[in-house]
Design a protein around this ligand. Sequence first.
Ligand SMILES: [Zn+2]
Length: 300
Amino acid sequence: MTAEINNSVQPKNWFEGIPRESYKNFEKVDISSDWFEVYRLPHDVYAIYESKHFQEVISFLIIGEKICILLDTGMGIGNIKEVVDQLTNKEVRVVNSHCHFDHVGDNNKFSHVYIYEDEKALARLRIGYTKDELKEHLDPYLINEGLPNNFDSKNYCIEPIEPYSLKDKEILDLGNRKLEVLYTPGHSPDSIMLLDRQNKILFTGDTFYPAALYAHFDGDFYGDSNFKTYLNTMKRVAKLVPDLELLYCSHNEPVVKPSIIYKVVEAFEEIINGSSDYKIVDEKFREYSFEGFSIIIKDV
Ligand SMILES: [Zn+2]
């Protein structure tokens, strides 16, 4: 059914893991929202978490002296702008970690939205996502505790915007802190990370988070994943690990220790040399499980 349209892996009873234990390590910020939860992370960063949807997307508000960067705008189900406005009065610019629907939902509520200079990603933001493309992502089994009161589920779509483009190694200057754009393709052709060298934080987007990593996508909706490119990206990221203290990840759990990246590289290599077991999911994908994460590829 839905997996054939969008290549989404079908989740089962995902909400049994909610609330996740690790959020107790962080101060929950008191904000008004019937969709988002906000947590204060080290080094002036807020995690803006969509715990009520299977995607469990996390957007990050990174506070600078002059401007703030909002890394991703979530699914567009709750109004993330209203949350951001409760957290800062400063100018906020949006950076999208990549163009997948679950990270760009509220782009149209902001005047400056940046994404990697990938033609397909830029084109996607210029057309948005239609109601038909998104309606399966509101299937009741994906949602826990219900949708926001004023959310119009029949007309759920993502509005087009005119994005600004980012280059690899570009520096975003927030005043007292700088973020470096790292081009990290693999999960998608337009994926980037943001590196905060001073504070030893790497914002990993969907290229790493402690759950099922998606290396199986193809088609118009998600673009093409590329397993070998993904491995090369992870090898480059592994070289950064000695200079990092924290990974801030875009799904499920906001903070992970960087040394797991070494395990991810090993896992990709084990998949290539055939020394790892897998199970078939949704009849056409392979899921390889490792401690703390798994990797999904096409079953070819
Ligand atoms: Zn995502």
